[in-house]
Design a protein around this ligand. Structure first.
Ligand SMILES: *Cc1c(COP(=O)(O)O)cnc(C)c1O
Length: 231
């Protein structure tokens, strides 16, 4: 299957799954993770209707965002301090903030560009050592530390679930959703009003993520790998 057909199929599947579980399809963003394809692959996905793209490295993010400035570019990878200016220049939403110093640098870069940078806090709810993200019990401290920075807008939380076990993935997503509610209750009305995104679920486990309340599902292989099958 080509990228256009794959995107359209998965977009239809996400919509119908939302309807099946009683969620508004408009409340969910399908993020096309284009890290394995080049400019041509992105063009095909745009042709099929994709408007939100995710990249995990700063250089392809910059290159693709320059090639396609009229869609939204999300940064979903590990953040390296010295690449923060490039990331902030290109990203609509940075999903992977899990360090206070990085938050401060993002704020500075955003101030320099005269923008307010939307960010998510990446939380390691699975507890796997190999996963990035801040520990759940430290998330509140990080959030409350970053809230005063004027050029940051904290929009919610992101996580990666362990792969290969959908039941465990669902548990992770539900833990993140619970943490999200706890953190939201610690915010002032003004900050709580924009704290409304849960980025969770990938090609293998997006149904579980939707069930747990995901507002952004990040799909790579389901769109860009011709022979991907989750079953
Ligand atoms: C690659 C990647 C995805 C997409 O994963 P697939 O399994 O290909 O859907 C989602 N989120 C992050 C952070 C990624 O790095």
């Amino acid at each position: 299957m080509g990228i256009e057909a794959a995107y359209q199929r998965v977009a239809a599947e996400v919509r119908s799954e939302c309807l099946r579980i009683g969620r508004d399809p408009e409340s969910v963003t399908l993020l096309a993770v284009s890290k394995t394809v080049g400019i041509d692959g992105v063009a095909e996905a745009i042709q099929a209707g994709a408007r939100d793209f995710g990249e995990n490295r700063p250089d392809p993010l910059t290159e693709k965002a320059q090639a396609f400035p009229n869609v939204r570019w999300h940064f979903i990878g590990n953040i390296q301090s010295r690449r923060i200016p490039a990331i902030v220049s290109a990203a609509t939403l940075i999903h992977s903030v899990c360090d206070f110093e990085h938050g401060k640098k993002i704020n500075q870069a955003a101030l320099g560009l005269g923008k307010v940078q939307d960010i998510l806090l990446e939380v390691n709810v699975s507890g796997e050592e190999s996963k990035s993200g801040i520990k759940a019990e430290l998330a509140s401290e990080l959030m409350l530390g970053l809230i005063p920075l004027p050029a940051l807008r904290i929009r919610g939380l992101m996580t990666m679930a362990p792969q290969g076990d959908r039941a465990r993935a669902l548990e992770c997503f539900q833990s993140l959703a619970q943490l999200f509610e706890e953190l939201k209750s610690q915010l002032s009305a003004e900050h709580a009003a924009v704290f409304n995104e849960l980025s969770m679920g990938m090609s293998e486990d997006w149904r579980e993520a939707l069930k747990a309340g995901a507002t952004i599902v990040r799909l790579g292989r389901a769109i860009f790998s011709p022979d991907f099958s989750a079953d």
